[in-house]
Design a protein around this ligand. Structure first.
Ligand code: IMP
Ligand code: MG
Length: 185
């Protein structure tokens, strides 16, 4: 999937600045992160809580590399319309019925950009008295001043470009790419 012709085909001809992270690089790092998480949580319930939709592929790959008991649930938070710039407003579209108090919560996010979504999630989840609350993010643009929850597990530092693939979308396209590409805007 990394030759130019198949990239152009899977992207429907949309211009790509470059492949920021290829599929092999992502898979290798995600496996390492699973091992880091396995080692970091010795006992107690672990709830892996994915932020939809962006985290769905990352979470699916990640949990298969975590060698301890866990449960999975999802939250939907939305701060982008169809554009490439955050609208600033964070809406919580679904709040899990799942009990959070007394459990280790690992929040799984695709990318940290402005940090607004995460700051809001950290407030909402912290108020539910989890035993611990930690963040696992695949990508971090390091733009956000004063994050309430710094990632305890981080995949990669991200370029400050608009990225798509491996769960990340532009107007709901490109989530299915096995690599992460930087779009020509
Ligand atoms: P934040 O609240 O600005 O940190 O952005 C949160 C969400 O915006 C992320 O979870 C992504 O779903 C989306 N997002 C931020 N940056 C990008 C990007 O470069 N490409 C695609 N989605 C992005
Ligand atoms: Mg997201």
């Amino acid at each position: 999937m990394s030759d130019l012709a198949s990239v152009a085909k899977v992207m429907g001809g949309r211009a790509v600045r470059r492949i920021a992270f290829d599929a092999e690089t992502i898979q290798r790092r995600v496996a390492q992160m699973g091992a880091e998480i396995t080692a970091a949580y010795p006992e107690g319930d672990l709830l892996v809580l994915g932020l939809l939709k962006g985290s769905f592929i990352f979470l699916g790959d990640l949990v298969r590399h975590i060698g301890r008991p866990l449960q999975v649930d999802f939250l939907v938070a939305s701060s982008y319309g169809n554009g490439t710039v955050s609208s600033g407003e964070v809406r919580l579209v679904y709040d899990p019925e799942t009990r959070l108090d007394g459990r280790h919560i690992l929040l799984v996010e695709d990318i940290i950009d402005s940090g607004r979504t995460l700051n809001r999630m950290a407030e909402l989840l912290g108020a539910r008295h989890p035993r611990s609350l930690a963040l696992c993010a695949l990508l971090h643009k390091h733009l956000a001043p004063g994050l309430k929850l710094e990632p305890r597990f981080l995949g990669f530092d991200a370029p400050r470009e608009f990225l798509v693939g491996y769960g990340l979308d532009h107007a709901e396209n490109f989530r299915h790419l096995p690599f992460i590409a930087s779009l020509v805007e």
